[in-house]
Each structure stands twice: as structure tokens, then as C-alpha cells.
Write a protein that binds this ligand. Structure first.
Ligand SMILES: Nc1nc2c(ncn2[C@@H]2O[C@H](COP(=O)(O)OP(=O)(O)OP(=O)(O)O)[C@@H](O)[C@H]2O)c(=O)[nH]1
Ligand SMILES: [Mg+2]
Length: 430
């Protein structure tokens, strides 16, 4: 394929601008990440191009003199791909390509990320999510290049989902977008049904979340032999995987591995993956995995927490899991002010037992042992108790059923009126 030849192994220039809002350190860290993204997608960095500029140029992002300079370097070094570490508008891409000439393709950070997503999507839902995001984000950026739109879905030298369906005609595109949105909505509904079934099982749900490459899949593999692909790549995992796992005390819980986060993700990209990310929203406990050996760990955690917040998963019981401790911690002070922390190596298993004890403690922190008198007319509540609590003793009497069980706050709430020894009001409000 022509696209393949152009991009896999393509000599690439990475471009960034140090602006008033982004200092050099931030720009360098982001550029380093862009280099790793490019390598994951199969490209080779031949040149890095930086400019100091108060604000990016509206027409060409770099100043016009700098774009001309970039064109010269591209020609000198046989560069065929230029990746800007920012979000470019469709017209900026066109204007830059005009200066750089026919041989050079210009993309931005999000287009590169979508290329990788296209490479790594496995499930039907994952593939449709990627295609939809590509149609909404990448398509307008390739419009106006006529027949070349067929590149879309091809990604950076790969065959992505949906390549065959893509048309140059906008109306076709819009129809395809609506079709994908409908299919994804149906899949999201299916996911909700699955989730409800899991809810009925009464098992606690734990979501493993965190920055890309932190070691989430390695951890789930260690705990459950899930056999998920774990690699030194960004966005190795796109599709969530859920496995059962036993806590030290014998309780079975559900653990879900999720897609990783990264900085500077445009909002509509997050939106496209919302339904898979929702696994985190419905969890009872979050394990935020942090690559403690990465000097950027602090910034990565901040991005992770911000994204969790925007998804509506902020404020959940959280265990901060500092991973890769076999490599040594880059930032020793990071656990300050965090209520629950664990230090592990998912690769060697060191510290994982202790981590699981903490998981158990947090899950059980709000549990209490209660004796309920459940009226005969409300026998349905008894089966709820059997599902969601550890029932110790049951006595059938004339007034109803006397049950002693250990319950969590969620289960206790609707049964409060049947508690034979309810807590006093003050305790209640704690
Ligand atoms: N040394 C060391 N390497 C680890 C550890 N945990 C994970 N890794 C490595 O880190 C890389 C990323 O691990 P993954 O488990 O794929 O990370 P992830 O968080 O699932 O990443 P994405 O799915 O890409 O978001 C792999 O090369 C792992 O072998 C650890 O405790 N120590
Ligand atoms: Mg993974």
C-alpha cells in the first residue's frame, strides 16, 4: 500500500512551540512523549524543530519564516512526515502543507494518537469508536485534498478500521457518522445491561486506571493471568477487560483494566471513548496506577485525576498504586496527602499482596454487622441481603425474619428502618 510505504519507517520531523502558556520543560516532556507515540506508530524521528513564540501563528502555527525553514530541512533530510505537538485546525494543516510541498504529510498529536488507536483496537466496539473519532477529527483535517481522503483509516502506515467505507463525499461521511453513532449507542446499551448483571452478582467492582504505560495490564495479568498484551508502548490497551479475582479474605471481586490516559487529549476524543471509560465511573474502588520511576509521574497523575474528574469518576474511594518500584522511585514525595497508597512492582509481584490487603480494607471500611427484623411482607429484601451481604444467621419468627449480616453502607441504606439497633442520629451523620 502506498500509505504504508509513506509512513512506516517514514522519516519524521517533530515540531513544537514554546509559548507564553507552555514553558520549555513542559514542551520537552510532551515532545518526548510525542517521540514515543511516533515510535509506537512505526515512524522514525529524523529531526526535532522548536520555536520560541509568544502565541502560535493563526495561519501556520509556526511563524511564516520558520515554516519556510522547516520546508528547507524537510527537503534536505528526505522528511515525508511532520507531526506538530499541538492541535492544528484543518486550515492550518492546509497552509503548512502548501509551504512544505507535495511530498510531506502534516498531522497533529491527536491524529497520531488516533492512528495508534486504529492499530491497537481489537474489539468491534473499539474499532467503531476509533472510526467515529477519525471521521470527526481527522476527516475535516484531510478534506480538500481530494482523493487523498482515502488515507483516512490507513493511519500512519497501517490499515485502520473503516478504510473501505470512506468516501470523499461529505454527505457520505455524515451518513456514516450517524450510523456509527447508532451502533455505538446500541453497544453502550449492551454494556449497561452487562453492568447491571454484574451489579446483581453483588461483587465489588474495581477499576484499574492511570496514565498510558503505567503498568495497568501487567498488574491485572499478575493478579488474574488475564493474558492481556502488556508492552512498552503507549496505548497498548484500548478495550477494557474484566476478570474475577480473590481478595486475601476469600471475597471475590471484579477487576477491570482500562484504556490509559495521556495529556492534551481533545475533549471530543475523550467523548468518543466514553462508553469504555465508563467502567471507571461505575467502579466501587479505583486503583490509580502510577509509574513511580518516571520523572514525569507527578504531571501524569495530575492529568489522570483531571480526566477522571471530567468523566464523573472523581471522589471515589481510591488506592494510589505506585508501580515499577523495582526501578526506584523518581519522585519520593508523591504520596503526601494521599489517604491510601501502595508500593508495588507489577513485574515482580513485590508489594502486591499488601496492596490487595489494602483493597480489602478500603472496600470494607464502611461495613457493619447489623441485625434486621424484616417483615414477612418484605421477604424480597432478604434475597437482596443474601446477594449483597455476608449473612450469618437467620431466624424465622411470627413478626418476620431476624437476620444478622455484615453489610456495606450502600446495602444498609434502604434497610435502615429494619435495623433492630439503629445508630444514634449523630453517628449517622458522621
Ligand atoms: N520494571 C518494571 N516494568 C514494568 C512494571 N510494570 C509494568 N512494566 C512494564 O511497563 C510497560 C507497560 O506496561 P503495561 O502493563 O502495558 O502498561 P499499561 O498501563 O497497561 O499501558 P497502556 O495499556 O498502554 O495504557 C511494559 O513494558 C511492562 O513490562 C514494573 O513493575 N516494573
Ligand atoms: Mg494496558
Amino acid at each position: 500500500m502506498e500509505e504504508k510505504e509513506r509512513t512506516v519507517g517514514a522519516k519524521t520531523a517533530l515540531v513544537s512551540v514554546i509559548t507564553r502558556d507552555r514553558d520549555e520543560q513542559e514542551v520537552q516532556a510532551s515532545l518526548e512523549e510525542l517521540r514515543r507515540l511516533l515510535e509506537t506508530a512505526g515512524g522514525v524521528v529524523a529531526l526535532t524543530f522548536l520555536q520560541n513564540k509568544e502565541t502560535p501563528d493563526v495561519r501556520t502555527y509556526l511563524g511564516s519564516g520558520k515554516v519556510a525553514e522547516l520546508a528547507y530541512y524537510c527537503a534536505q533530510n528526505d522528511i515525508t512526515l511532520v507531526v506538530f505537538d499541538c492541535e492544528l485546525s484543518p486550515s492550518q494543516i492546509r497552509n503548512i502543507e502548501e509551504v512544505l510541498g507535495d511530498k510531506v504529510r502534516v498531522i497533529d498529536r491527536s491524529m497520531l494518537i488516533l492512528d495508534i488507536f486504529a492499530l491497537h483496537a481489537v474489539s468491534g466496539e473499539g474499532k467503531l469508536q476509533v472510526e467515529l473519532a477519525q471521521l470527526k477529527y481527522t476527516a475535516p483535517r484531510l478534506m480538500g485534498r481530494g482523493a487523498e481522503l482515502s488515507r483516512l483509516g490507513g493511519g500512519i502506515g497501517t490499515r485502520g478500521p473503516g478504510e473501505s467505507q470512506l468516501e470523499t463525499d461529505r454527505r457520505h461521511l455524515q451518513r456514516r457518522v450517524r450510523m456509527l453513532e447508532r451502533s455505538l449507542e446500541e453497544m453502550a446499551a449492551g454494556r449497561r445491561t452487562q453492568r447491571q448483571a454484574r451489579d446483581r452478582s453483588g461483587l465489588a467492582r474495581i477499576a484499574i486506571v492511570g496514565y498510558t504505560n503505567a503498568g495497568k495490564s501487567t498488574l491485572l495479568n499478575y493478579l488474574t493471568d488475564a493474558g492481556i498484551l502488556a508492552r512498552d508502548q503507549l496505548f497498548a490497551t484500548l478495550d477494557p477487560t474484566t476478570r474475577k479475582c480473590e481478595l486475601p479474605g476469600g471475597e471475590t471481586v471484579l477487576l477491570t483494566d482500562t484504556v490509559g490516559f495521556i495529556r492534551n487529549l481533545p475533549h471530543h476524543l475523550i467523548h468518543a471513548f466514553r462508553s469504555t471509560l465508563e467502567e471507571a465511573v461505575y467502579a466501587d474502588l479505583l486503583l490509580i496506577v502510577i509509574d513511580a520511576s518516571d520523572p514525569e509521574a507527578g504531571a501524569q497523575l495530575a492529568v489522570t485525576e483531571e480526566l477522571l474528574e471530567s468523566l464523573g469518576a472523581g471522589g471515589k474511594p481510591t488506592l494510589y498504586v505506585f508501580n515499577k518500584c523495582d526501578l526506584g522511585a523518581a519522585l519520593p514525595g508523591m504520596s503526601h496527602g494521599k489517604e491510601h497508597v501502595a508500593y508495588i512492582s507489577a513485574a515482580t509481584g513485590q508489594g502486591v499482596d499488601l496492596m490487595m490487603q489494602k483493597v480489602e480494607q478500603i472496600l470494607h471500611a464502611d461495613k457493619r454487622r447489623v441485625t434486621f427484623l424484616i417483615p414477612n411482607a418484605k421477604q424480597g429484601l432478604l434475597s437482596k441481603l443474601y446477594q449483597n451481604a455476608a449473612v450469618e444467621q437467620v431466624e424465622y419468627g411470627i413478626d418476620g425474619v431476624l437476620v444478622t449480616a455484615t453489610v456495606d453502607a450502600k446495602t444498609y441504606g434502604p434497610l435502615r428502618e429494619f435495623d433492630t439497633n439503629p445508630p444514634k442520629k449523630e453517628e449517622d451523620d458522621e
